[in-house]
Unconditional design. Structure first.
Length: 104
C-alpha cells in the first residue's frame, strides 16, 4: 500500500493538518465578521460609510488571509467573507462612497 491511512484524533474546524493556525483563524474570523457587517449595512442607504469602510477592510484582511492560509477550510471561509465584503463595499460605494460628502 503506497499510503497508509491514519485515524484523526481530533477534528478541528479550521486546522485540518492537526496543527494550530492562530493567525489564519483570526484572519478568517475578522474577515467573516467584517463581511457580515458590510453586507447587512449595504442595504441601508444612510449606512454607506459603514458598509464601504468595513467592506474595504474586509477585502484587505481577506486577501492577506488568502496569502497566508494553509488549509482548504480556511480558504473556503475566507472566500465567503471576501464575497460578502466585496458586495458590501461595492454597494456602499454606489450609495455614497467612503467619504460620503465630507470631502466635497
Amino acid at each position: 500500500m503506497a499510503q497508509a491511512m491514519r485515524p484523526q484524533s481530533s477534528i478541528s474546524l479550521f486546522a485540518t493538518d492537526g496543527k494550530p493556525h492562530p493567525l489564519q483563524d483570526t484572519l478568517v474570523a475578522v474577515t467573516l465578521v467584517l463581511g457580515a457587517v458590510a453586507f447587512v449595512t449595504a442595504f441601508f442607504h444612510n449606512l454607506h460609510l459603514i458598509s464601504s469602510w468595513t467592506g474595504l477592510i474586509g477585502i484587505v484582511t481577506g486577501l492577506y488571509g488568502q496569502f497566508v492560509s494553509v488549509t482548504t477550510r480556511e480558504r473556503f471561509a475566507l472566500i465567503i467573507g471576501l464575497g460578502a465584503s466585496a458586495i458590501g463595499f461595492f454597494l456602499g460605494m454606489a450609495h455614497g462612497g467612503l467619504f460620503g460628502g465630507w470631502l466635497g
